[in-house]
Design a protein around this ligand. Structure first.
Ligand code: B12
Ligand code: SF4
Length: 421
């Protein structure tokens, strides 16, 4: 069977093109299909700036090259683009199997069948049965099954367009020639604003060090000079005993610098653990800080205290790692005095040299999040804009801040230390 796996375009309606990083889901599914004897290629239509009209025209003119089945992935933000592509394929006459999966189809399965015109929706994680589902081709909604974390194969970058290593990177810190990898799945927390609905609120499953070594060596072989280890929260979570040491032993000689993400924690972040993180090639960690205010951290259910943040930044810095902090303005229950406190803390931490970079987003009530429910229950929900940079636009006031205030503090934060884009 020949399968084409598509990441949908969004630039045609958002006015902003993403060629930052490829999704890991499609090359992972490609690896499974290919291991089962099928041919699978991944086309990132957004990264290639291909519009639905171009897809329609190219399908119309190349009937002989049609795959047997098409898979399309979608997040909430890419769902309109996914629908546009499915409809363009159908307009071109493609009547083969179209399968949708990912976070949006998982939460809106019937809509993908009724409104988009896909034949099959795979709900949730699906490495355990995705090959069988493509082979059977049975229309309708199917529950994906998980595969044992030790068995999930490395993403297959062989038939990926654009090639891995030719993306622009989501931050300049991983340029040039960035690659992407995920060493674990899952996050035990459920911060109110987080739209990682497929993976949050569940125990973390760590992938085997031998596979991580294979994956990192393959990325280097393919010309990647930096890697974003894009786990939800890798550093600071409770890792299996000896796991990061094992990875460090295996890839230290590779000298492949990577960036990753972490959860501030005064117990798990120790000089010893950070020594191994550094040894494995880590150069920058993005810490999910959001705010330095205790009351905001509690309101957004971040499950950390201010002391965790200061401890983490200091220990990480002492281990020789650069710290980047994710911060947010317009958080649930955040007032001007909370923002002043975070601003002062950022300034202080930058002055001390324990943070090097900052990214500030605007808290956005994404569909399916606890925050969306709170906003609706409390009567102040406004639909987030579909166009423009996502989670970076001030689009509505909160009960505690005017739009002007949110904008003012986003700009103030930007004055404290360098941004990362
Ligand atoms: C890597 C990553 C990126 C990369 C790559 C983006 C991409 N197109 O995938 C970059 C940096 C570019 C990125 C950008 C953004 N991201 Co992002 N990103 C991630 C991250 C960390 C990993 C994605 C991943 O590969 N996961 C691992 C795979 C295996 O899981 P999966 O994608 O769910 O796929 C499984 C199933 O869903 C299913 N499946 C998925 N697709 C398909 C397709 C078919 C046919 C089938 C059968 C099955 C199937 O099978 C897979 C295997 O089980 C996730 C968080 C997470 N843990 O997933 C956030 C996440 C997906 N991103 C998110 C967001 C919001 C964004 C941005 C809007 C952020 C911004 N402010 O700009 C942009 C959108 C850019 C864009 N147009 O694509 C949200 C999405 C929320 C939502 N409800 O839609 C997440 C969940 C993060 C979060 N905490 O909220 N992101
Ligand atoms: S923001 Fe980070 S820590 Fe919070 S639930 Fe989402 S992935 Fe987990």
């Amino acid at each position: 069977m020949k399968v084409q796996l598509l990441n949908p375009p969004i630039h045609h309606y958002t006015g902003r093109q993403y060629r930052m990083m490829p999704p890991i889901n499609l090359p992972t599914i490609a690896a499974l299909l290919s291991n089962a004897g099928h041919y699978a290629e991944v086309i990132d239509l957004e990264a290639l700036a291909v519009t639905p009209e171009q897809v329609e025209a190219s399908y119309k003119s190349q009937r002989d090259n049609w795959p047997d089945a098409i898979g399309i992935t979608a997040m909430t933000i890419t769902s309109r683009g996914a629908k546009d592509i499915v409809q363009a394929l159908r307009r071109a006459g493609f009547d083969g199997l179209i399968v949708a999966g990912g976070i949006y189809p998982t939460e809106n399965a019937q809509r993908c069948i009724d409104d988009w015109g896909v034949d099959m929706v795979v709900v949730g994680e699906c490495e355990g049965n995705v090959v069988e589902l493509f082979e059977r081709g049975e229309h309708g909604i199917h529950l994906g099954t998980r595969m044992d974390i030790d068995k999930i194969p490395a993403p297959d970058w062989r038939h990926h367009n654009p090639p891995i290593g030719e993306y622009n990177g989501n931050t300049r810190l991983i340029n040039p020639r960035p690659g992407i990898s995920m060493w674990s799945r899952g996050c035990p927390f459920q911060c109110v604003f987080c739209s990682d609905n497929l993976f949050n609120k569940q125990p973390i499953r760590d992938r085997p060090p031998a596979l991580m070594e294979q994956e990192m060596r393959e990325l280097k072989r393919r010309g990647c000079e930096n890697v974003y280890v894009y786990d939800d929260e890798l550093v600071g979570t409770k890792l299996p005993a000896g796991w990061i040491e094992d990875i460090a032993d295996r890839i230290e000689d590779l000298h492949l610098p990577y960036i990753t993400q972490g959860h501030c924690n005064r117990h798990t972040i120790t000089p010893e653990s950070m020594r191994h993180v550094k040894r494995s090639g880590c150069k920058v960690i993005f810490w999910g800080v959001e705010s330095f205010s205790e009351s905001v951290l509690a309101a957004i259910k971040k499950r950390i205290k201010e002391v965790d943040i200061w401890h983490t930044l200091r220990v990480s810095h002492e281990a020789g790692i650069e710290n980047a902090v994710f911060t947010m303005v317009g958080n649930y229950k955040e007032t001007v005095s909370d923002l002043q406190h975070t601003y002062d803390a950022l300034k202080q931490a930058y002055k001390e040299g324990i943070i090097q970079y900052r990214q500030t987003t605007v808290c956005t009530g994404m569909p399916g999040t606890p925050l969306e429910k709170i906003m609706k229950d409390e009567g102040w929900w406004t639909e987030p804009p579909e166009y423009g940079p996502q989670m970076a636009q001030v689009y509505a006031p909160t009960p505690w801040l005017t739009m002007k205030e949110i904008e003012y503090w986003a700009n103030k934060f930007a004055e404290t230390c360098p941004g990362v884009s």
